[in-house]
Design a protein around this ligand. Structure first.
Ligand SMILES: *Cc1c(COP(=O)(O)O)cnc(C)c1O
Length: 435
């Protein structure tokens, strides 16, 4: 659930009418975030795993606006980063850097140096050579640094999109489970690089808690085997990948999802002082945002109704890239088509089947295919829901489209939190100079 609801037949974000925003002359498309949805979802995730007193490291790659990061940091959130750029963003925010975890298979020497100098909480190690490089750099800097070993657990949730699976054998992420024990045994007493524990992220979104159970069991087995050799790990980072509500008809319950995970990990927290880290992204940010777009043209193509809107794959690439489903509905439907719940399929009379497409010259530029919607007209504003995660962060300038603005609502107040790009921005860096 989120705070995007129809009031008097008009879609509101918290107490703000989205129609009034569009009519104020804010150019479409734009992203709009609900601050109180962000906060509620952070608390939902924290409370679900509250028995573990976890450190929540929000996945910055899912949604990276510094103002939203500051709001999460104020609630106590740490950050999960995957690049030097994200490290820079997090350093520009109010985040406590000791609550930052740094993952990614291809960290450069500069990124590792920056992470160590910045005092990030943990670097997640994804290969043997990376560990060696971190040891070398930390040794040169004479700075202690804490790391977690990211295991590749050989776990596959077949329901996860092929393009967002990370934990199967042969994936590029982490270190083969079978190699990890020896690696830790050989490296646990390095003078500058402390191996504090294990990390795992099995993909997203993960459809059932059972995959986390499977993964945690593998992590715990390693912990126990190493303990028998007097090597004591104290941190388990179980990653992210918790689901978001892309429709209202999933009966997801945080209680039944997190309960079994808590029961597995609680003894380690209560009896052995383990620190548990979670890296939720979409479960916090996805429902926080919508993309508002306008109908430019409607036409027929064969027997298809094509509705062309001013947002495309350069604003939201998930449908084109993953075949992802995003709920779409007009901002101000006629009374017969006001939506109480975002269930799909929609049980209403008088809907029309549309392909919703963007302006990009690329045949994959679809936002939805064969989607039943209320009859649309040129100029209608349309909301694309659950786009707070992997929306704006994946926006591009393809076709020389400018990146859209980001707005944030808090109650009845609206803030601009990122200006729309200008066409000058598109050529600003094209400076010719002889080298
Ligand atoms: C992407 C990512 C996450 C977040 O995934 P969500 O599905 O958004 O929760 C967490 N950890 C790592 C290492 C990631 O790459």
């Amino acid at each position: 659930m989120d705070l995007f609801q129809y009031k008097n037949a008009v879609l509101h974000c918290e107490d703000v009418s989205i129609e009034s925003l569009a009519e104020k002359g804010i150019p479409t498309p734009f992203y709009l975030y609900s601050l109180n949805t962000l906060k509620t979802h952070y608390k939902k995730v924290y409370n679900a795993f509250g028995a573990l007193q976890p450190v929540i490291c929000f996945s910055v790659k899912s949604c990276n606006n510094v103002h939203l990061l500051n709001e999460l940091a104020a609630l106590g959130s740490g950050m999960d980063i995957v690049s030097g750029g994200e490290l820079f963003m997090v350093k520009s925010s109010n985040t406590d850097l000791s609550k930052v975890v740094f993952a990614g298979v291809g960290k450069s020497e500069e990124e590792i140096t920056d992470a160590i100098n910045s005092g990030v909480g943990y670097i997640n190690i994804e290969s043997v050579q990376e560990l060696q490089r971190v040891q070398f750099i930390a040794g040169n800097l004479k700075r202690e640094t804490n790391v977690l070993i990211r295991i590749l657990p050989d776990i596959l949730d077949e329901k996860t999109n092929e393009k967002t699976r990370t934990g199967y054998k042969g994936a590029k992420f982490g270190i083969d489970y079978a190699e990890v024990k020896l690696l830790i045994r050989d490296n646990h007493d390095h003078p500058y690089v402390n191996i504090r524990g294990l990390h795992c992220h099995i993909g997203s979104p993960i459809s059932s808690y059972t995959f986390y159970e499977e993964c945690i069991n593998k992590m715990v087995q390693l912990v126990e085997e190493l303990k028998a050799e007097n090597i004591f790990l104290k941190v388990l980072n179980i990653g992210g990948g918790f689901p978001a509500n892309y429709t209202d008809n999933d009966n997801f319950s945080w209680e039944s999802f997190a309960g079994p995970i808590n029961r597995l990990l609680e003894p380690y927290v209560k009896n052995e002082g383990f620190k548990i880290i979670l890296e939720p992204g979409r479960s916090i940010s996805a429902n926080t945002g919508i993309l508002v777009t306008k109908v430019l043209y409607i036409k027929k193509s064969g027997d298809k109704n094509i509705v062309i809107v001013d947002a495309g794959m350069t604003n939201l690439i998930r449908p084109a890239m993953y075949g992802a489903f995003h709920y779409i509905w007009p901002v101000h439907p006629d009374v017969a088509h006001v939506l109480a719940k975002r269930n799909y399929p929609v049980e209403q009379e008088g809907l029309v089947k549309y392909d919703v497409v963007g302006p990009i010259c690329e045949s994959s530029d679809y936002l939805a295919k064969d989607r039943e919607l209320p009859p649309l007209q040129q100029g209608d504003y349309v909301a694309i829901f659950t786009t707070g995660a992997y929306g704006m962060v994946m926006a591009s300038n393809y076709n020389l489209q400018v990146k859209p603005a980001e707005l944030m609502v808090d109650g009845d107040k609206v803030y601009s939190i990122r200006e729309r790009e200008t066409q000058d921005d598109l050529i600003r860096k094209m400076v010719k100079s002889e080298l």
